[in-house]
Structures are given as C-alpha cells and as structure tokens.
Design a protein around this ligand. Structure first.
Ligand code: SF4
Length: 336
C-alpha cells in the first residue's frame, strides 16, 4: 500500500501588501507518510501557519499567491479549483486550531456541529451521523457522550472544547490532520492529555498529522520528524531524536536551549536574542545572522542554501556548506 500521503515541493506563498510583495513561505519541500506525525516548528512569523493554510487552500486569493506543488495522494492541492478543494477539505483533510472557542459556534449544540460536515460530505442519515458523533465523542475521551452531544460550547472546559474540535475534525475520517498550535491555549496537564490523545488517534486511525507549534517540547512529545522554519524557509529538517540530541542549525540550538528544564530550578531560562525580522525588512545574507552567535562575514553578505547530509538530514547554514569557501573567507574576508 502507498506509504506517502503528502509531498510538497517548491511551495512559495507571497502576499501583496501596501509596502510591496512579501514572501511568507519560500520554496518549501516536505514529505508526510501515513501514520506519521511531522512537526513544523518556529517562532511567530516563521511561516509555519501560512504553510498549513496554503496546503489547506484557506488563504485569500485576492491578497496572496501560492505556487509550487502540494501533492496529496498524487492530486495537486495548489492547482485545484475552489470547489474541488472544498471536497478535499471535507473528505480527506481536516484542521484543528489553537483556540476552540473561535472555531466552535457558541449558538449551536456541540453534537450538531460535529454532524454538520458528515451530512454535507457523506451519505449518512441524520441518525447514523448522530450515532457516529457519539462514537467520536467517546473516542476523544468525552465522558457521558450522549449528554454532551446536546450541550453548548460554553458548558464545557477548554480541554473538552479542544476534544470537541478534534471530534469535528475526525467526522469524515480524514487521512491528513493539520493541528495548528492545538494545545497552546490549554494548561499543561490538559495539554499533555490532548497530545496523548493525538498520538493514540494517529496510531489507531493511521492518519498523517502535521503539528504546527512554536514549542519544541510539544514536538518532542508527539512527532516522528521535524521541520524547523525561520523567515519562511526551512532551516533544518530531520528525525526528532537526532535533532533534539544534536541540533545543527544555530536557530534550532536556540529553540532547544529555550525549553524549560524542570529539574534545573536554579538555572536561568534561556532565549534567543533579538526578534524575527519583518518580512518587509529582511536583512541581507542569512536572515538569522543578526541573532546568530556564530555569524561570520559571509553570513551578512550571502544567503546559505540547503545542504543534505549523509543521513538525509537537511540544514541551511554556511557551517555545513561551502566549507572551503568559508575557510577562505575566514582568512581573506568576503570578496563579493
Ligand atoms: Fe549563523 Fe551564518 Fe549559519 Fe546563518 S549561515 S545560521 S548566520 S552561521
């Protein structure tokens, strides 16, 4: 059976702004297999959420342009007409967002909101859809599902509402689930329960999951592989264990150092100096150079390309490419 679920190649997203066109996602490649969780991690402004919205076809075409390919089981989501995209979104792809209260309709009962997409996208009757919704509430760990089916979002806690959102996302048995910061608005114990639930559901339903987050701790909990993004570009990519044990890119190193360590109560919390640059005001050369503790002269003048290492890991940094050139520049200075 085909293992590959989603192959994205050369995905580029541009926005038209009053200050001219800006590139929010630049030539991004990714691969997601069935029954696999891929993390996309980075700070706000790194392009991770725009990547997921462009794959889902949820960006406003009047102000943005998307090029490249996003092949879902061979069908290119980027080239699809809106009607076809809607069918894919209903039947094969689903997304959960950070704050369930903004995605749930406060005026409708939770059960009603779960069955809505089943009635639109499947042949189920209303009573079959209701039975499936109750099964889904059970699956996502909502106690007394028959009773909860008839309750409104305000009658539930934050963790319960996120479980309802997950049940809604699973209503049409999607093959691909995109979770955009699904636990950021929740307290830590509920966060751990939701991450555990997503892990279980992936194994049970054999879905592919893309987990968008700013938190490498979340990625460490649930992901098999990870992509680290900075200013719209992939800066590092590889297996989660390898990246956590041995980060290659200085930005990844900074993100890992910023994960709080509960054992080290006296240690100072670490952060990456500076802020992510505005898309309208990108520095020359490597976009991370103003914040990079290892920046060299070449980094201020040239943009590093992506280097694929022997074990398939990818990194965008002059420390891993153009080694001879870097050596020469260290000796003689930048000549370009
Ligand atoms: Fe730092 Fe230079 Fe590597 Fe960019 S290319 S991450 S500035 S060392």
């Amino acid at each position: 059976m085909e293992k590959e679920l989603l192959r994205v190649e050369g995905l580029t997203v541009k926005f038209r702004t009053y200050n001219g066109e800006v590139t929010a996602v630049n030539n991004l490649d990714l691969l997601l297999n069935k029954n696999e969780t891929l993390g996309i991690v980075g700070e706000s402004g790194s392009g991770k959420s725009i990547t997921s919205l462009s794959i889902m076809g949820l960006l406003d075409e009047a102000t943005s342009s998307v090029t490249g390919q996003a092949l879902f089981r061979g069908a290119d989501l980027v080239k699809m007409k809106e009607k076809e995209k809607q069918e894919y979104r209903g039947n094969h792809l689903a997304m959960i967002f950070q704050e369930p209260m903004t995605s749930l309709n406060p005026l409708h009962k939770c059960g009603q909101q779960i069955i809505e997409s089943m009635l639109i996208h499947t042949d189920l009757t209303k009573s079959e859809a209701k039975a499936k919704a109750i099964d889904l509430l059970n699956l996502v760990g909502i106690p007394a599902p028959e009773q909860r089916f008839n309750e409104y979002p305000h009658q539930m806690s934050g963790g319960m509402r996120q479980r309802i959102m997950i049940a809604m996302a699973l209503a049409c048995d999607p093959a691909l689930l995109i979770a955009d910061e699904p636990t950021t608005a929740l307290d830590v114990t509920i966060q751990a329960q939701i991450l555990e639930l997503l892990k279980e559901l992936k194994d049970r339903l054999k879905m592919g999951i893309i987990m968008i987050t700013h938190d490498l701790g979340v990625v460490a909990e649930v992901c098999d592989r990870v992509i680290v993004m900075y200013t719209g570009k992939v800066v590092e990519q590889g297996l989660i264990r390898e990246i956590l044990d041995n980060p290659l890119h200085p930005y990844t190193e900074g993100l890992i150092a910023a994960i709080p360590n509960i054992q080290d109560q006296k240690g100072k919390l670490s952060s990456i100096d500076g802020v992510v640059p505005q898309l309208t005001d990108m520095p020359q050369g490597c976009s991370f150079h103003p914040r990079c503790p290892y920046a060299m002269e070449i980094c201020k003048a040239r943009r590093p390309g992506i280097t694929t290492l022997e074990n398939g890991r990818k990194v965008r940094c002059f420390n891993y490419s153009m080694i001879e050139e870097v050596e020469e520049i260290k000796e003689n200075g930048v000549t370009t």
